[in-house]
Design a protein around this ligand. Structure first.
Ligand code: FAD
Length: 287
């Protein structure tokens, strides 16, 4: 894993912008709790086509106001260059120095919307570099189990390499529960000369129905043995959480021991599952 061990591991946490004022208040509490263990940064998702734009800004503004290191996601599909530029200027002026640059997917029910001026994330990365130089450090998405629309794995890898050549500094993966998929992907990257840090995305398991829905949409596989155990617990939320914690803890240990350059937790705006993992893994904490 030589490509992934050349820097201090980065442990980060992802949030999504809440829909309601009440959700925002709950999120602030969750952020304060998670922030007490000292993640490197919080990232905040963004709806393609600008569908969650204002709510993303509100969440980013609050985080920046608290002096918390923040990485906004920016999805380019459905946007014009001028729209993207004004968002980037806003972030630059707020002192933001890290972005997660994505293509995104048009929200269903928009009738396709206007397709905008970017087709792929690589074009967004090139645009950011051409307009803003090295102001931002840029993370992109990676898919150890391959992107659901990818024609074949070799092509997907080639397109991933385009994003890196366009100027990405690092990548965060889609979540997965099979560590071999991650290590295999890293090996393939090494073979084609891609050696940016590729941080595994970690999805805690707390709710089977929700996880199954996400996994169907994103192409992230839930291994049969995990699915069967989760199904078997039915409505027993406590057993699902306990089993889910053990599965994800074992995965994280395996990834860290194998040289992963950090972990990126998909918090789903919940503090408890992330903090339980953080503590059980003995991840660095402030002071
Ligand atoms: P791309 O890298 O552009 O790839 C998309 C597809 O196009 C792939 O199948 C790729 O193989 C193919 N491709 C790329 N270049 C070419 C080319 N030149 N010719 C032909 N095919 C090509 N979505 C959101 O809407 N908001 C978010 O905040 C968000 N955050 C995310 C965070 C992470 C860490 C991850 C892993 C995903 C996130 N997503 C988010 C989901 C993501 O937007 C979708 O998975 C989307 O379908 C692909 O985005 P991408 O940036 O990976 O696209």
């Amino acid at each position: 894993m030589s490509s992934t061990t050349h820097q201090t591991p980065v442990y980060s946490v992802e949030l999504f912008p809440p829909k309601t004022a009440q959700g925002m208040e709950k999120l602030k509490g969750a952020i304060e709790r998670i922030n007490s263990v000292g993640p490197e940064y919080f990232s905040v998702t963004y709806g393609a086509g600008g569908s969650t734009r204002e709510r993303t800004f509100e969440t980013i503004d609050w985080l920046c106001g608290q002096g918390i290191d923040t990485a906004p996601h920016l999805a380019c599909i459905g946007s014009t260059r001028a729209e993207v530029k004004s968002i980037l200027e806003r972030y630059r002026d707020q002192g933001i120095r890290r972005l997660v640059a994505l293509r995104g997917d048009m929200p269903s029910g928009t009738g396709g919307g206007h397709s905008g001026e970017f087709r792929y994330a690589s074009e967004l990365v090139s645009y950011i570099r051409s307009q803003f130089g090295d102001v931002f450090s840029i993370e992109v998405a990676a898919y150890p189990e391959y992107h659901p629309q990818a024609g074949n794995p070799a092509r997907d890898l080639e397109y991933f390499k385009h994003k890196v050549e366009a100027g990405a500094d690092g990548a965060i993966t889609q979540y997965f529960y099979n560590a071999d998929a991650y290590f295999g992907f890293i090996e393939s990257c090494c073979r084609v000369g891609v050696d940016i840090p590729i941080v595994p995305g970690i999805m805690p398991i707390t709710n089977f129905t929700q996880l199954a829905r996400f996994s169907d949409a994103s192409g992230a596989e839930i291994p049969r043995w995990i699915r069967r155990r989760l199904e078997g617990y039915g409505d027993d939320a406590e057993s699902i959480r306990a089993f889910g914690h053990e599965v994800v803890l074992t995965l994280c240990r395996h990834l860290i021991e194998g040289g992963a350059p950090g972990l990126h937790f998909y918090s789903m705006n919940q503090s408890d599952p992330v903090m339980r993992l953080w503590e059980a893994l003995g991840l660095p904490q402030p002071g």
